[in-house]
Design a protein around this ligand. Structure first.
Ligand code: ATP
Length: 305
């Protein structure tokens, strides 16, 4: 069976709840701290695996105890981890503080993610492109130089390459032209196209602009409003968001992307895959947490019936 190869970040999220943020120099008592695996790359790999896809993860972890835990978390999901590289030092860390009003402050330490280089992939990519059915999925949480080199190298062999440019940053049009697909939220679509993307109509215009750059399919997610799909054959699908009691939208985008690609990998149509991804993301939104809120295939299918 073909593989979806996610090349991206693995982070440990350390989330502390406090009444009020400490002032500079102040020590306060926290309410509770949770330590959870995260990172956009790992979250998307988990979303693919739980949605029924066949996935392998490529990335970098540190030699610290968090590295062991990040690896174990993926292995428990049946994600292939042979190509996760150990780098001397710390793993990626997100130190998150949430106060009683629900607002958060985040310190992101890229750790091993910041050390992933093209040299680490010289054996991995040629092996992976041998099967033309394999799909590659990237985000923006490893060095841009590495991501750019991977896209350039894969495109020379006609591989299917999907990019979720999050966190948002400008992407050169010559790189966009090499992609099979691009997943964007409203902010990313706005920054990359220069058009204000706020609804179905503006998302369609932004997608048209990206298609003109040469990408085959564009999916713009619009939070609770839903998502807009547009491809080079002028197929356009708008899929409204499912009505749920929203608890925590963290990882909604990662779940959507993972479930969409897992569904396509299993041979379902674009429209069916969009419905499946929308249901999966709605389930994530209705639960607290990041990776732990991502649903399994059975739950998604049940929600759809
Ligand atoms: P995040 O950064 O929180 O992971 P994102 O900004 O990348 O998310 P969104 O556009 O917010 O992605 O959401 C992705 C998809 O999740 C949407 O297209 C929609 O299907 C679903 N979704 C998001 N928010 C809601 C909501 N409040 N209710 C139902 N579905 C939602």
């Amino acid at each position: 069976m073909s593989r979806i190869m996610v090349i991206g970040s693995l982070n440990m999220d350390i989330v502390s709840r406090v009444e009020n943020y400490p002032l500079p120099g102040e020590t306060i008592k926290g309410i509770k701290t949770d330590v959870n695996p995260g990172g956009k790359g790992a979250n998307q790999a988990v979303a693919i695996a739980r949605a029924g896809g066949n996935v392998s993860m490529v990335g970098a972890i540190g030699t610290d105890v968090f590295g062991d835990q990040l690896l174990e978390a993926l292995q428990q999901e049946n994600i292939e981890t042979n190509n996760i590289i150990r780098k001397e030092g710390t793993s990626g860390l997100a130190v998150i503080t949430v106060d009683s009003k629900g607002s958060n402050s985040i310190i992101l330490l890229e750790g091993a993610n910041g050390l992933l280089s093209m040299d680490d992939l010289t054996d991995i990519l040629p092996e992976a492109i041998k099967d033309p059915a394999n799909i590659f999925l990237l985000q923006n949480e490893v060095p841009w130089e590495t991501t750019k080199n991977i896209i350039e190298s894969l495109s020379a062999s006609n591989a299917s390459i999907y990019l979720n440019p999050a966190p948002a940053q400008h992407i050169p049009t010559e790189i966009i032209s090499k992609l099979t697909g691009i997943f964007l939220n409203e902010i990313e679509a706005t920054i990359i196209t220069g058009l204000s993307v706020i609804d179905q109509e503006s998302a369609s215009a932004a997608a048209e602009k990206l298609i003109a750059y040469g990408v085959t399919e564009v999916i713009i997610t619009l939070g609770e409003k839903g998502s807009l799909y547009r491809d080079f054959r002028e197929h356009v699908y708008f899929t409204p968001g499912r009505k749920v009691n929203a608890m925590d939208t963290t990882a909604a985008g990662d779940t959507f992307i993972g479930a969409y690609l897992a569904s396509k990998q299993q041979g379902y149509s674009i429209e069916a895959s969009l419905e499946y991804a929308t249901a999966a993301a709605a389930l994530t939104v209705s639960r607290e947490g990041a990776q732990k809120s991502i649903p399994y295939q059975e739950e998604i299918l049940q929600f759809l019936t």
